[in-house]
Structure formats: C-alpha cells, structure tokens
Write a protein that binds this ligand. Structure first.
Ligand code: NAD
Length: 262
C-alpha cells in the first residue's frame, strides 16, 4: 500500500458516513492524521476508535455542524492544535434536503439546503485556508454532484442542484485565488453512490406531481452494475489530495460511471 499522506493532516467533513467515511479510512491507512467532522453522531466516535487502533492517535472526531460559523472556527482550531498543522481539506458534508416543485417549497426548505451545502462549504474553506497558507501548500477537495453540471437536471431537486452548481463556481474562484499560495482546489461531481444520503432527503408527502425513483434504475450507470461505491470516490479524493495531482487545480471531475452521459 502506498503511504502518500505520511505526516499530513486532513480535515474531512461529513466523515461519519458514506464518501467522507471511506476517504477518512483510506487516508488514515496511507499515513494521514484525520479530523473527522460531522454532526453529533455515534458514527464518528466509533470510526475514531477504529482508526486509532489502526495507528495510534491518528484520528480525532469532532461534533460540528459545518454551517455553524463559531463551531467551525473552533473545530478547525482544535484540529490544528491537536495535530500541529493542516495539509488537506475535504469539504464533503452535504444533504439532499427538500425535494419538490419550486412553488411548493417553503423558504425554510430552500434556506436549509443552501445553508448546509453552500454556506457549510464556504465556512469550511474560510477557516481552513489560513492554516494551509501557513504550510505554504495544500489541497482542498469539494464534493459537488453531477447535479451541479449545467447540462444535467432532475425534477424537484432545485435547491440541491443550485447548491451543487454553486459549489462548482465557488471551487473555481477559490482555485484562482489560492494558486499563488500553492493551494490547489478541485471539485468532484459524483453520480449515484451507495451511501446513507437518502436519509437526508426531505420529501413533502403532499407532493404527487414529482415522481422520485426509490430504486436505482438498472443500467443508469453504464460502466457498472449498480451505483458507485464510496471507495471509488475516496480513490479520486486521495489522488486529488496527494502530490500525484500536483499540477491539477480548478478542475471539475465527474465520477459517475457515465450516468450523466445518458
Ligand atoms: P451520507 O449521508 O452517507 O454522508 C454525509 C455525512 O454528512 C453524514 O454523516 C451527515 O451526518 C454529514 N452531514 C450532513 N450535514 C452536515 C452538517 N451540517 N455538518 C456536518 N456534517 C454534516 O452521504 P454521502 O453520499 O456520503 O454524501 C457526501 C457528499 O456527497 C454530499 O455533499 C452529497 O451531496 C454528495 N453526493 C452524494 C451522492 C450520492 O449518490 N451518494 C451523489 C453526488 C454527490
């Protein structure tokens, strides 16, 4: 196994489940110290114990809502104090949020998705960038979605897709701003991946006009037999976090088994 992250520290948001969890495990196995940011949940402390057994003191679980500015600032400060610096930031926490026709969504439906997915991403970068600058180098990866691609649309997903497109624009601005500090910023656009993300979908029971498929349709990802796996995405994130991608910044990388080409 490669050891691409020896002596490096990574903050991973949404580390309790799915893509974030798989990435935390991969990075820790390759030598990284990992700060596991997630909402208060048992999953991150169980993961912390598991990783600390793998390698002494390599993991730190922090209960934090990425959209809470004060708590994010504090969580980043604690991480840097604990591990002595910061090299990699994976801004990955996100929710599906409310799904439904625009005129039937409430203002709070809209604001909740924007706040978690977009403001959370902004705050994650805002509070980590100074520490990456201090190192004189760094890699930031943001998780958008194929729904953040301008040519891809899904019925009922306007708040989610708006945040995912916003993350793509935000990543490009950040990449340009930070290039002179040798900090790279890339954004990944996964198609359907088997995670717990469906738990974060808020359906409006009264809405019948939008049909949301419960099952993953056969053949929806021509490259695979079903949806992608968290480890597939973690492989890409590890590549973007490592020096193997040293000349890649501002890139938007689709990882969807050709789902968005159909
Ligand atoms: P997941 O639900 O399995 O994991 C997401 C984690 O983020 C959860 O542990 C959750 O508690 C955490 N989280 C949610 N809101 C948070 C907040 N405000 N602060 C801190 N933590 C928070 O889902 P996943 O599929 O691994 O999602 C990761 C990212 O991938 C999301 O940004 C999602 O939009 C994106 N994505 C997922 C898919 C997919 O099909 N699974 C496709 C495209 C993009």
């Amino acid at each position: 196994k490669k050891q691409r992250f020896l002596g490096k520290t990574a903050i991973i948001t949404g580390a309790g489940s799915g893509i974030g969890r798989a990435t935390a495990i991969q990075m820790a196995k390759e030598g990284a110290n990992v700060a596991l940011f997630d909402l208060v949940n048992e999953r991150t402390s169980v993961l912390e114990q598991k990783l600390n057994k793998l390698r002494k003191d390599c993991a730190l679980a922090i209960d934090v809502d990425t959209s809470d500015a004060g708590r994010m600032e504090e969580a980043v400060r604690r991480t840097v104090e604990h591990f002595g610096g910061l090299d990699i930031v994976f801004a990955n926490a996100g929710i599906n949020g409310a799904v439904g026709p625009i005129e039937e969504l409430s203002l709070s439906d809209w604001e909740r998705t924007i706040t978690v997915n977009l403001t959370g991403t902004f705050l994650t970068l805002k509070y980590t960038i100074p520490h990456l600058k201090e190192k004189g180098k760094g890699s930031i990866i943001i998780t958008s979605s194929i729904n953040g691609n301008s040519r891809f649309a899904s019925f009922g997903w306007s708040p989610y897709s708006t945040t995912k497109a916003g993350q793509v624009a935000f990543a490009k601005m950040a990449a340009l701003e930070l290039a002179k500090f040798k900090i790279r910023v890339n954004v990944i656009c996964p198609g359907a991946i088997s995670t717990n993300i469906d738990e974060s979908t808020e359906f409006n029971e009264d809405v019948e006009s939008i049909v949301i498929p419960i099952e993953f349709p056969e053949g929806a990802q021509p490259l695979a037999d079903g949806p992608g796996k968290p480890d597939n995405v973690a492989d890409l994130v590890s590549f973007l976090a490592s020096d193997e991608s040293i000349h890649i910044t501002g890139a938007q990388i689709v990882i969807d088994g050709a789902e968005s080409l159909l």
